[in-house]
Design a protein around this ligand. Structure first.
Ligand SMILES: NC(=O)c1ccc[n+]([C@@H]2O[C@H](COP(=O)([O-])OP(=O)(O)OC[C@H]3O[C@@H](n4cnc5c(N)ncnc54)[C@H](O)[C@@H]3O)[C@@H](O)[C@H]2O)c1
Length: 308
């Protein structure tokens, strides 16, 4: 018995790294998997069908059900084709794991318009495009009287939720995906669809752009080896659980799942508030500093120094 027996899943960017580990784990848990991957470089150039085909073959070789898909997640009709392929080949769609990604790191003063657009396109638009077409399918199913039990698992990063130097494009896209996750959970609940996000970790092509000594190994190459904190498959069990009906009570949540640790991200939350003295009125700009310093930062004039 697997957690995902009878489910049909799409995993985007499943040809390498973390997505590859997720596709293999979802299949191990009983899901039929549409293995999507455009097969491009880590910076988003080129295409190669072997990435997705190879993973689909590994799954089928282990007795699972899989089909390869080569569409670009951020291509509007490509995202629609991916959803249709799941339904045509496996009869339905229950799970979407939006994982595909690229990087083009630079300090923001050096980052080109093209590098900003390319990274935001794959991560943020790609997550939206696949989610949009899957949401239409699930809404139609619900209206036809077949209420889905479906799940979206998006992929975020500490680079977006906590910030990281050199990743203005990537971090902004990942923070956007966290917001998209919360909004998806609110809009799709009535159609039986949950949406959560995971910040994964592992030694992959993306990590290797930052660590020159890195040795990148795919999850199936590490199969059977001793526990390795940087195995890209380590985040996959959390994704499988969130995708499963064991997590029917979990939606709109973001988790970090790296190595042996699972951590719940606290969302943006309203904190201490200050109000104008003497009842509602527009603030005088010069009154704001003393009020904020005293009641929000807990310090009196001259206030906090930048970087202090
Ligand atoms: N590696 C980490 O430690 C880490 C940390 C936080 C977040 N992430 C996120 O995990 C996800 C997977 O990254 P990874 O580290 O496994 O890198 P990776 O390069 O090994 O895998 C990314 C995959 O996405 C595919 N892809 C890229 N653009 C695509 C597109 N337009 N359409 C379809 N497929 C596309 C690539 O071909 C590749 O196979 C990304 O979203 C990344 O931002 C990774």
């Amino acid at each position: 018995m697997g957690l995902l027996d009878g489910k049909v899943a799409i995993v985007t960017g499943a040809g390498h790294g973390i997505g590859r580990g997720e596709a293999l784990e979802l299949a191990r848990q009983g899901a039929a998997v549409v293995v999507n991957d455009v097969g491009g470089s880590v910076h988003g150039e080129g295409s190669d069908k072997r990435a997705a085909e190879g993973v689909a073959e590994v799954i089928k070789g282990a007795g699972g059900r899989a089909t390869a898909n080569f569409d670009d997640v951020a291509d509007w009709s490509g995202a629609q084709r991916m959803v249709r392929q799941a339904v045509e080949e496996f009869g339905k769609l229950d799970v979407v794991v939006n994982n595909a990604g690229i990087v083009r790191d630079a300090m923001l003063f050096s980052m080109s318009e093209g590098d900003f657009d390319a990274v935001v396109r794959v991560h943020l638009k790609g997550t939206f495009a696949v989610t949009h077409h899957a949401a239409n399918y699930w809404r139609d199913e619900s209206k036809a009287g077949r209420q889905p039990r479906a799940a979206i698992v998006n992929t975020v990063s500490s680079a977006g939720l906590q910030g990281n130097v050199g990743q203005a494009n990537y971090g902004a896209a990942k923070a956007g995906i966290a917001a998209l996750t919360v909004i998806s959970s609110l809009e799709l609940a009535r159609y039986g669809v949950r949406a959560n996000a995971v910040a994964p970790g592992g030694m992959t092509r993306i990590t290797a752009t930052l660590r020159k000594d890195a040795e990148v190994k795919e999850p199936d190459e590490l199969e059977g080896a001793d526990y390795d904190h940087m195995n890209p498959a380590n985040s996959a069990p959390m994704v499988a659980w969130l995708a499963s009906d064991d997590a029917l009570h979990v939606t709109g949540q973001v988790f970090r799942a790296v190595g042996h640790r699972i951590t719940h991200y606290q969302p943006w939350t309203l904190g201490p508030t200050v109000e104008t003295k003497g009842g509602p009125a527009r603030w005088e700009a010069s009154d704001i500093g003393p009020a904020v310093n005293a009641f929000i930062f807990g310090s009196r004039a001259p206030g906090l120094q930048i970087g202090g």
